[in-house]
Each structure stands twice: as C-alpha cells, then as structure tokens.
Design a protein around this ligand. Structure first.
Ligand code: ATP
Length: 254
C-alpha cells in the first residue's frame, strides 16, 4: 500500500456500487502534483467509477478521497460542486458543449460561472482555443465544428480556468487514430507545461503510453501498476519502474 504524504490526490479503500452491483472493490490510489496517471482496464472494469469518486462526482459507499488536504468524501454536495468547478477540469468522451453558446463562451464557462468578467474569461478561453488550434472558431456555434474540433473545445474548457487536476474519461474514444494521438498529445503537453495533474481513463492500453504511471483495473479491483517504457521523462517528475511501487510517484493498492 498505498499513498504517500506528498500525494496531492489520494483515495483509500474505495468501494462503490451502482444500484447494488459492485463497481469498485477496495481500491486505493495516490497521485502526486503534476503527474499524469492513466487508469486502464477492459470495459466495465470500473475506470469511470474511479474517476467519478476521485473527482467528487460520486460519493463512495466506503473509503476516503482526499484532495489537497480536503476530505472530499465528507463534503456536502454543494461543497463538492464548488471544489469541482474551482479546482478540477473534466473531459469526457463526448464534448457536451452548449449549442446556444459560442465556442469561446463554452470554453469560458467555468470561468464565467465562478464570476470572472466576460472580457477576462474570453481572453483566457481564447488562449487555450488558440493552443488547441480551434481559435478561429471562437465566435461560431459548436454545431459548425467537426466532432474532433468540438472535443478540442471541451479540452480548452477543462483547462481555461487553470484547474489543479484534469480528469479525462475516454477523451479520445470517438476519434480516429490520427486525431486520437494529436488530442492526447495536446492535452498532456498542456498539462505538463502548466504543471496540471491529469488522471486519464481509457480501455485503450496505448493511451497509457502518454502517462507517467499506469494503473489497471479488472472487475473493480486494481490488478497491477506499470510504467510505460516510453513515458516522457520530465523535470521534477520521476517515471516509476515496474515493481518500484514504494518509491514511485503514484502508488496503488487494493
Ligand atoms: N449508472 C450505472 N448504473 C448501473 N450500473 C452501472 C452504472 N455505471 C456503471 N455501471 C456498472 O459498473 C461497472 C463499472 O462501470 P464503469 O463505467 O465504471 O467501468 P469502465 O471501466 O469505465 O467501463 P467503460 O470502459 O465501458 O466506460 C460496470 O459493470 C457497469 O456496467
């Protein structure tokens, strides 16, 4: 086991049931600041449920989730909502943009909801839209964009309010191979340059290649941890080695 005192985000002994059916069984995980961790495993293995519990979207039936010293599992629904809006970003497999808003308003939504003025929100959202090569669509409605472009807008929305952690749940599931690699690279490069922590779920084992550390779930249990051999070496971030869990930047246990 398990988590280290310096972990930014950690969970211990998580159990979660969907309508009486177990989805997580005694899963523990620790993630350090600035780390990119992938959660892999077959369909239905509990990846989305784990991201849900870590991000405060779901409350575990048993176990604890701590973020930056805050017991997420013990917060009220409104406090969890505030935490998610302020400190976390979320990218799912579908962009889920609001069709009546422009692209920049969609990307700026977390900023606007937290009270940032429109001009400043537009500036910050615009910077990310430019970085993600969709800046030219800032004044368009999402319906004018291709799916892959809308997904980049969703990534800009997840990053524009400078979150501490971005959770990405199958962010490339609906993209073709070339676009998949590009989107993943964009997300991870942006995260590394801004020292944003990323927890990335995918059933595609190749996605683990962009992470510092990979965690595998099967049937709601963690079955091992591995470090991709081609994990990017980055300053201040130690790529863990197989079997070196005690010294690794992310540690997991069931
Ligand atoms: N809302 C729900 N209601 C009932 N059962 C659910 C619900 N969400 C997930 N489950 C079940 O919980 C288990 C874990 O699901 P989860 O979505 O966390 O796995 P996953 O690894 O993310 O799967 P996928 O790769 O298909 O998204 C599965 O057996 C799934 O069928």
């Amino acid at each position: 086991m398990v988590t280290a005192p310096e972990d930014l985000l950690w969970a211990r002994g998580l159990h979660y049931e969907h309508e009486g059916s177990p989805a997580l069984l005694d899963v523990s995980v620790g993630v350090r600041e600035g780390e990119i961790v992938s959660v892999t495993g077959p369909r239905g293995s509990g990846k989305s449920t784990l991201l849900g519990c870590l991000s405060g979207r779901l409350v575990p039936g048993r176990g604890e989730v701590w973020f930056d010293g805050v017991p997420v599992h013990g917060l009220t629904a409104s406090a969890r909502e505030r935490l998610r809006r302020g400190r976390f970003g979320w990218v799912g497999s579908e962009p889920h943009l609001l069709p009546e808003l422009t692209v920049w308003e969609n990307a700026a939504l977390p900023l606007l909801l937290s009270g940032t003025g429109r001009r400043e929100a537009r500036r910050r959202a615009g910077e990310w839209l430019d970085r993600l090569d969709v800046g030219e669509f800032a004044r368009s409605r999402p319906g004018a964009l291709l799916h892959a472009q809308r997904q980049r807008v969703a990534i800009a929305r997840a990053l524009a309010h400078s979150p501490t952690v971005v959770f990405a749940d199958e962010p490339t599931a609906r993209l073709h191979q070339g676009e998949r690699t590009r989107v993943l690279r964009t997300l991870t490069t942006a995260a590394r340059s801004h020292r944003i922590t990323v927890v990335l779920a995918s059933h595609d084992a190749r996605v683990a290649g962009v992470a510092d550390r990979s965690v595998m779930l099967v049937d709601g249990r963690r079955v091992g941890a591995e470090a991709p051999s081609d994990a990017p070496a980055t300053a201040g971030r130690t790529a863990g080695k197989p079997g070196s869990e005690g010294r690794a930047p992310c540690s997991l246990s069931t």
